[in-house]
Design a protein. Structure first.
Length: 293
């Protein structure tokens, strides 16, 4: 018990010393803001108000740039800058995905906006975000919502004449999809699996395959929920699931689904990378290290 109290005291001391830290301590251990069901309802209301997103890629092939866990502060976001620069310089057609934990602590969303130009983007832009636990903890959901509007949604791609691929963004920032989002996912997969997409891809923050306990109560989902989700994704022939959260790359095949956990984009961590995917009749993956700064 004394050891646990010592670690808590050290943690509090480190937070107090951080120039970027205005953390809500209760939020470190429990999501004391809106629950996943509330976030889902608010997201669906926004989705309904703006309509569906159908991206005309103008081609059967395109490139996806994927990163996760940038944990930017007001001073450190070189790797995210690099990722955005690489994406902006890439040849069209292309899409960019950020798989959560965009920011590290409170008061850093304005900095994220300066990097991503969130305020200048439209619903049909090609940069898509899924929330991580750092993005919505510490009572930050309403701030996240003011920038990104929704935490749970889908979009698809086409070549101008036929459907190509379906992408589903899930809100797993709380370590659970919740009952309402789970039902929505089931209904969506049931409906969309009949529409002739060549593949279905799911993106989310919290991974389904536990590597270690470093992320505490948000390490991964409960065993029963993991079983339900993996069974559902396998049933409807989802091709792959991309996630982050663990800051360590992993590749798992289970029930016909390819699960990839990405490295982090956080500046302070060594050996990290982002992923590019050439999307066509097949998927071709490449992992690119961030430069030394």
């Amino acid at each position: 018990m004394k050891k646990h109290l010592f670690y808590i005291a050290i943690t509090c001391g480190l937070m107090a010393c951080s120039e970027d830290s205005t953390l809500d301590m209760a939020g470190m251990f429990s999501p004391n803001g809106e629950t996943v069901n509330t976030r889902f309802e608010q997201s669906m209301a926004y989705n309904d108000s703006v309509g569906e997103i159908h991206l005309n890629m103008g081609s059967d092939t395109y490139t996806i740039y994927v990163c996760s866990d940038s944990h930017i502060t007001r001073k450190t976001h070189k790797n995210l800058d690099y990722f955005i620069d690489q994406y902006n310089a890439a040849v069209e057609p292309k899409i960019a995905l950020h798989l959560g934990d965009l920011i590290d602590a409170q008061n850093n969303y304005p900095c994220a906006d300066s990097v991503l130009n969130v305020g200048g983007r439209s619903i049909n832009d090609t940069l898509f975000i899924t929330p991580g636990n750092h993005d919505i903890y510490f009572k930050q959901w309403q701030i996240y919502r003011s920038y990104f509007k929704t935490s749970c949604y889908w979009f698809d791609t086409n070549n101008g004449s036929k459907k190509l691929d379906l992408y589903i963004c899930l809100d797993s920032a709380e370590g659970s999809l919740g009952t309402k989002q789970m039902k929505w996912l089931k209904d969506l997969l049931e409906a969309k699996s009949k529409e002739g997409y060549r593949r279905i891809i799911v993106m989310t923050h919290t991974h389904l395959w536990k590597l270690d306990g470093s992320q505490g109560h948000t390490s991964n989902m409960a065993l029963e929920e993991t079983y339900e989700i993996t069974s559902l994704l396998g049933k409807y022939h989802v091709e792959c699931v991309w996630s982050g959260h663990q800051h360590a790359r992993q590749s798992v095949h289970f029930k016909g689904v390819h699960y990839i956990v990405l490295n982090a984009t956080k500046d302070e961590e060594q050996g990290q990378s982002y992923m590019t995917v050439q999307v066509g009749e097949d998927l071709t993956y490449q992992f690119h290290p961030y430069p030394s700064h």
